[in-house]
Design a protein around this ligand. Sequence first.
Ligand code: ADP
Ligand code: ZN
Length: 360
Amino acid sequence: MRTVKVPLSDRSYPIRIGKGLLSDLGNHCARLGLGNSCALITDTNVSRHYRKAALQSLKTHGFKAISICLPPGEKAKTLKNVQRCFTLLAKHRMERGSFILALGGGVVGDLAGFVAATHLRGVSFVQVPTTLLAQVDSSVGGKVGVNLPEGKNLVGAFYQPKLVVCDLDTLQTLPIREFRAGLAEVIKYGIIYDAKLFGQLERKMPQLMAQDTSVLSATIARCCRIKAEVVGYDEKEEGLRAILNFGHTIGHGLEAISGYGKYLHGEAISIGQMAAARISRVLCGMPAADVDRMAALFVRAGLPTGVKLNKTQTRRLLAAIKLDKKVEGGKVKFVLAKRIGKVITSQKVPDELVLQSLLD
Ligand code: ADP
Ligand code: ZN
């Protein structure tokens, strides 16, 4: 088992990464010295595979646990489901000493974290992310929240968990498309922060795709360490944390105009990162060889690198980009790359160049 520490002074917490950790979940929780009752929040897909094992382990270690099961997918990240959780927590008398345990992907983690942050003004929170994306990204950094009809993640909080447990075995049941989408965030860490990691990914992509234990656990740990370091410097996104948005300005735009249906998040930011690289080639002198290496790696990970839009889609994309909450005073700010491993934030990009950059 590997451990990565997220350094946030009195809110620091460990991320445990390894195989077979779910069957030991109760033990990990017991060591935190939390109260003895907990609410496990999950979705129907994850529940089918892992709820029993999680509950069994909690029970063995003396915890009294209830479980709350949500429908799967982004559409479940609503205030209505938050309300449903509050009602069940009240009904089962989950008091201040109790804790919330999120078992699932980013959707479950974001919603359960928001419930933990607000139930009785905050109870302890433990996360067991079961998608690659959640293990390397959403479970690190404490952003929790839900969507409104008006947009994604418009209601939320910064709320850190007490512990994150990444059981590599849970990834075995993850649909291959979801696993690949997670690789888009993994590759992103190489581009924004760690050229050496990018090189390792180029060498080890086949083993990573085959979920080779040592490659997978080293890669997840490296990504968590990078995100922990970035968040440790800048918890509330006042500066450095913005680098994590590389590829996300255009990526979020694509997700929005396709009604959050066509692309998985990882696929949209794969296109977004390639677009940002092509823009960087023009505006920041990113070497052509680096742009090519990026495209080659995304392709090997089974991810898309471009998109052809018609006139209407083009107009809607530019409008969606300008609506993104990262926009300040009407100005869209892009994260661009000088080279693989080094990015710069707050860059202005003309609309024309955004559109050109979408094509392979
Ligand atoms: P993400 O972590 O990518 O933000 P979700 O929470 O929506 O996204 O999870 C993606 C999909 O994968 C959902 O349908 C979810 O139910 C399913 N899922 C999550 N973890 C697993 C797993 N370990 N095995 C099988 N399906 C899973
Ligand atoms: Zn992302």
